[in-house]
Ligand binder design. Structure first.
Ligand code: ADP
Ligand code: ZN
Length: 749
């Protein structure tokens, strides 16, 4: 690591150093705030944002120079942590070194503070997400070879050398890459280098070509043009909901806002819920702007991560498309944020620092004073409520692009048209699939459940096979011949005998997963070319891209998929969508169960009929009178959401009130119970404040830990953070039990 000692002697011998100044340094660890360090006399105090090396105990660690008592902006003071309780040592130790790395921009530091305070996370842990030590250090040099310039044409080459020359014609390669491409040993390459035929080059920092805002893109319809013009006109902070029916061209519209940011000399960030499923999106970006955007997600290899991080910091990356964590990149000139599919729960990070990337993107935009666009065909109730309250602008695209019509949706009443014994597809759906396939069109069977069967039951004793670590049934994965837990990853071979009563040939799979539907479809439509799209069968972005390509290229007749087929794909030849279980997801006590089911099924339905041939959607349901199903059939999302709002308003449920979940967990049930009881006894009281629980979590056992939940609900005008802080301080849970806080919970498991 390139480290420049700011004052060698002082740094080496702290006792003798005379300190001139103290500065707060935030370290990437769960402390309450920054620590103070000394600036050695004569050295210039490094400005806030500087990466520094400091002593911590006996170690040397990296940290970032923070600021004290930062301006909290329009939020209450209790929502900032910087300098709130700076932990100062009696004996101030000096900074050891200033690291040569791009500084953390001011608005990003304020964002870190804000997010930490809002989610009740130690700020150092949030900062760690932005610091990404492995990204901050520059990528190690990557030696490569290029042809000498000018090439000495007169030289006569051996066959091996000729192959090397050929392999390099398209551009430089690493030694290994070149050796493989040319089929030669390293010695041949070195020899050519010594002979002056090749020159050594550094491949570690590829040049980023800036997207061209004036690259000729698609011609917008008048409706699209009007929306794009409005988006382009926004200056400074402002949130716009871009709501458009599926296939209306929302992407093309917000591309114009990106083009505008680029023309203004600013960077742009697009958040997508699942970057692995973005192949088609990337291609459209390339068509509009001439080059690919910079991609950021957690699965990037270390080298690509470093290159991307540096390119964002030095401004050579102009447009970044990424997953949640892209919010923490060190943009110096951010001018626009887009959150596509804003309703997606994938934006909520549940592990580690618990935050909602859509909501935090709005905060980031506010701190940077830039516009933000939330795009969706099925906006969340939260966003709709913000529109209604006049906090967000609202743009609507009412028509599908290119004259395509919205699909016709109907329910199949399974009570009247049941499937055959042991089967899951109603004759009505089977006939429809046959009809569409017969016309040479594509069909999709959707079931949001991986594996073969969600439950294995013993017919003799009634035993249900459960996960030993979780309150969950094991899911049969027949292709792998295993039972697996979808919560902890436990898996075991499918037993021959019932583990409870020992009966043979008695274990029966109950209910379908996509695997089982695929078997049924294979028997019903043997001629159809089938493709399964599920997260465990398509691993990695390439697999999803290939599958999407095969569908678009009509190499597939029948698609069987889980929720990943619902994600914004454009399949022009797909005309029939059959939802195998439209009731799935409607039961269960989750606050947003119905909202989420309607959004998901509406998105799946939106894959049908996106080109000339009209689309048709069939929902298999045992209770088609459920308001969610009725709304889907009527295409009345607005009405459904209005009723949802009416139900949530009186009880102050979000978005008309605030929620925070407290999840107590411990290895021993008694410890979890004791801590939960203690939290219950010390629960806050007051007008507009209510605590529900403690109660066993629906996943009362997860990865072997016992879990209890409490829920704090307040009126919208009462912030939960100060209440939670006081509560946790009073309850003082220590020892075996741990309390995790989830502000604005999405999962209630
Ligand atoms: P949405 O995100 O609203 O569902 P998309 O942005 O995916 O819709 O657009 C649907 C399809 O229509 C995409 O293939 C897109 O490239 C195409 N499209 C949208 N607008 C235009 C346009 N103005 N010109 C050409 N193609 C367009
Ligand atoms: Zn498990």
């Amino acid at each position: 690591m390139p480290a420049a000692p700011i004052c060698c002697r002082a740094a080496q011998s702290p006792q003798s150093a005379v300190m001139s100044d103290r500065i707060p340094v935030l370290l990437p660890y769960p402390f309450e705030g920054p620590f103070d360090y000394a600036v050695p006399l004569g050295a210039v105090a490094p400005p806030p944002g500087t990466l520094v090396q400091v002593p911590l105990g006996r170690r040397e660690v990296l940290g970032i120079v923070w600021s004290r008592g930062q301006d909290s902006g329009p939020w209450p003071a209790e929502l900032t942590t910087a300098g709130a309780r700076p932990v100062s040592h009696n004996r101030l130790r000096p900074i050891s070194a200033v690291i040569d790395a791009p500084p953390m921009p001011d608005d990003l530091r304020r964002f870190v503070d804000w997010l930490a305070a809002y989610t009740l996370t130690p700020p150092g842990l949030v900062m760690a997400m932005a610091m990404r030590t492995n990204a901050i250090t520059p990528p190690p040099p990557l030696a490569g070879w290029a042809l000498a310039e000018p090439w000495p044409e007169t030289t006569r080459l051996t066959a091996q050398r000729a192959r090397v020359r050929e392999a390099l014609a398209a551009g430089p390669l690493t030694t290994r890459g070149l050796a493989e491409a040319a089929g030669v040993g390293d010695g041949v390459i070195r020899g050519m280098g010594q002979a002056g035929l090749l020159r050594a080059v550094d491949l570690s920092t590829p040049a980023f070509t800036a997207p061209d805002p004036d690259h000729p893109g698609p011609v917008l319809s008048s409706e699209q043009r009007a929306a794009a013009d409005e988006l382009r006109a926004v200056r400074g902070f402002g949130v716009t909901l871009l709501e458009g029916v599926t296939g209306s061209g929302k992407t093309e519209v917000y591309f114009e806002a990106i083009a505008e940011a680029l023309r203004q000399g600013r960077q742009a960030l697009v958040l997508l819920p699942e970057i692995a499923l973005s192949a088609q999106w990337l291609e459209r970006f390339r068509q509009r702007f001439g080059v690919a955007p910079t991609v950021w997600h957690s699965d990037l290899g270390s080298r690509r991560r470093r290159i991307a991080w540096r390119a964002v910091a030095d401004g050579s990356a102009r447009v970044v498309v990424g997953a949640r964590s892209a919010l923490f990149l060190p943009f110096g000139e951010l001018g626009l944020i887009v959150v596509d599919e804003e309703h997606e729960t994938a934006f909520k990070q549940e592990e580690g620092v618990t935050y909602h990337a859509r909501d935090m993107a709005v905060v980031r935009a506010r701190l940077a004073d830039i516009p933000i666009v939330l795009a969706s065909a099925t906006p969340s109730l939260e966003t709709r409520a913000n529109v209604e309250a006049g906090r967000y602008r609202h743009l609507r695209l009412a028509r599908r692009h290119g004259g395509a019509t919205l699909p016709e949706v109907a329910a199949i009443d399974m009570r009247a048209h049941p499937p055959e014994r042991g089967a899951f597809l109603s004759p009505v759906l089977v006939d429809a699939v046959r009809e569409h396939l017969g016309r040479g069109e594509q069909a999709l069977l959707f079931l949001n459940r991986r594996g073969y069967a969600p439950l294995t039951l013993c017919r003799t004793c009634g035993h249900r096979i459960e996960c030993p670590n979780c309150t969950a049934w094991l899911v049969e994965h027949r292709a792998r011949a295993r039972l697996a837990c979808h919560h902890c990853g436990y898996s075991a071979p499918i037993p021959e005998l019932c583990p409870s009563c020992g009966a043979a040939h008695s274990l029966t799979p109950i209910g379908p997963g996509v695997e089982r539907i695929t078997d049924e479809a294979a028997a019903l439509f043997p001629q159809a070319r089938r493709l399964v799209m599920a997260s465990d069968t398509l691993v990695g972005p390439d697999a999803a891209a290939r599958a999407a390509g095969a569908i678009a290229a009509r190499e597939v007749d029948l698609v069987i998929g889980t929720q990943i087929v619902a994600k914004g794909w454009h399949f022009p030849h797909l005309t029939l969508v059959g939802v195998v279980d439209a009731d799935l997801g409607l039961s269960g006590g989750d606050l947003r169960a119905a909202e989420r089911t309607v959004q998901l099924l509406h998105q799946v339905a939106g894959r049908a009929g996106r080109a000339e041939a009209p689309g048709r959607v069939l929902l298999q349901s045992w209770m088609p009178e459920h308001p969610a199903t009725v709304a889907l059939v009527a295409g009345d999302l607005d009405g459904f959401m209005a009723r949802e709002a009416a139900q949530r308003r009186p009880g102050h449920w979000p978005p008309y009130g605030r929620l925070a979940a407290l999840i107590v967990s411990a290895d021993a049930a008694t410890d979890a119970d004791a801590a939960a009881r203690r939290l219950g006894q010390t629960a806050p009281k007051g007008d507009g404040i209510e605590v529900l629980g403690p109660a066993p979590a629906p996943l009362a056992l997860l990865r072997g830990r016992h879990r209890r939940r409490l829920l704090l609900r307040t009126r919208r005008d009462i912030a939960v953070q100060p209440i939670l802080r006081a509560w946790l301080a009073e309850a003082a849970i220590r020892g075996a039990a741990r309390v995790d806080i989830d502000v604005d919970p999405v999962s209630f498991l």
